[in-house]
Ligand binder design. Structure first.
Ligand code: AMP
Length: 386
């Protein structure tokens, strides 16, 4: 039997204020090193990456990079070539805060490790299966054709991972399941999954759309924007800053974007914190209800990411009012325990699961799979799978 050689895989998630990394031994998936470097005043992005490359060591066999926006050019992860870099650059305007720094991370890794393969894994890829009825905005079609203005969706790697785990937990193949995946962290997105594929998702052209988030507004009537410009005397960029950084839970409560703070202060009688929590749950309900309709019912609801994995109170509030759709929580299982588990009662027709997400392992597996399926690596003849 052929055994695959062990490969050291460096997974990088480069953001503007921090860089997260994990070094895996593959295929055993043993973690050799991990960390989250926050950018200090003194340290440049390049210095941070050099530090990570030092920690990872000279014997790295491949790297995998998170790229936020792949638009409609990347329905799957790819090995990076010059052509792939050009295509990624061509859609960077869709995520100006994220893509340039993701691409810079790839360039630095290529410079440091010139003779190994580098993979790009996109937040948008999983959602490329959405039908036009999900991804088109009801604006003149020419804008879609001319500028690619449509819904793309994000957190795709996370939704893909938890879908796989849910299928294991439920003992059913993913292509036989209708799932509603709730990624509730700093950013929040809800995805309707059908036949193992994303069918609809709450985020849009950018990660600002959808449900209420920590500091992001989620959906609002677009006419609010020119009103604010006029009434507050501010420019569009400033409105967008407010919608991204001063809205959501923070904007409504006036106190915090952290659910833990809000739960505590609300219990002490702070009304706007309670209002922020209630509104947060109500917007999640709207999308979950919508996806019950889009999927014609669901077999399971998944909770993942910081809040989804760790807040039994929020999970309970969300499930209250979903009994109509066959969602019955086991309150004890919800409150107790940690990690991956079923938290619906035994007779609940729709299962409810907590599944800690693991985007890094998906990235490392994708990189290994791409390298193993690309025997031409090293000869300069990599097929571009876009
Ligand atoms: P993420 O974006 O997935 O890293 O999630 C980060 C967010 O999860 C933080 O901003 C917190 O608000 C939230 N969080 C983490 N732990 C808890 C907890 N025990 N209860 C409620 N929220 C939590």
């Amino acid at each position: 039997m052929k055994t695959n050689p062990s490969r050291k895989t460096l997974v990088l998630n480069c953001g503007s204020s921090s860089v997260k990394y994990k070094v895996f031994e593959m295929p055993s998936e043993r973690i050799l090193a991990e960390g989250n470097l926050k950018r200090g005043a003194e340290q440049s992005f390049e210095d941070m990456l050099e530090e990570i490359f030092r920690i990872a060591g000279p014997d790295v066999d491949m790297t995998a990079h998170r790229v936020v926006h792949g638009a409609d050019l990347f329905p799957a992860s790819v090995l990076v070539t010059e052509e792939v870099m050009r295509r990624m650059e061509s859609v960077s305007y869709l995520a100006p805060l994220h893509n340039p720094i993701n691409l810079e991370g790839i360039r630095l890794a290529q410079r440091h490790y010139p003779s190994i393969p580098h993979a790009a894994v996109f937040d948008t890829s999983f959602h490329q299966t959405m039908p036009p009825t999900s991804y088109l905005y009801s604006i003149p079609y020419e804008y879609y054709e001319r500028h690619k203005i449509r819904k793309y969706g994000f957190h795709g790697t996370s939704h893909r991972y938890v879908m796989g785990r849910a299928s294991e937990l439920m003992g059913m193949p993913a292509d036989k399941l209708r799932l509603i995946s709730c990624h509730i962290g700093n950013g929040v997105s809800v995805t309707a999954i059908r036949n193992g594929e994303s069918y609809d998702t709450s985020m849009g052209l950018t990660p600002l759309a959808g449900v209420t988030m920590g500091t992001r507004s989620g959906n609002i009537d677009p006419a609010v924007i020119p009103y604010l410009e006029r009434l507050e005397g501010i420019e569009t960029d400033e409105v967008l800053r407010v919608l991204n950084h001063q809205s959501g839970l923070l904007g409504i409560s006036g106190i915090s974007n952290d659910i833990r703070d809000l739960l505590k202060i609300a219990k002490e009688g702070h009304e706007r914190s309670q209002l922020a929590l209630d509104l947060f749950v109500s917007k999640l309900h709207q999308y979950i209800g919508l996806y019950f309709a889009r999927l014609n019912g669901a077999d399971g609801i998944i909770f993942t990411a910081g809040v989804g994995e760790n807040s039994p109170e929020i999970r309970e509030k969300i499930c209250q009012g979903l009994e109509f759709a066959g969602v019955y929580l086991d309150r004890e299982a919800n409150a107790a325990g940690s990690g991956e588990r079923m938290i619906s009662s035994a007779y609940s027709p729709c299962k409810v699961m907590v599944i800690p997400t693991n985007e890094e392992i998906v990235m490392a597996r994708d990189a290994v799979e791409l390298v193993e399926n690309q025997p031409a690596w090293g000869t300069g003849r990599i097929a571009i799978t876009v």
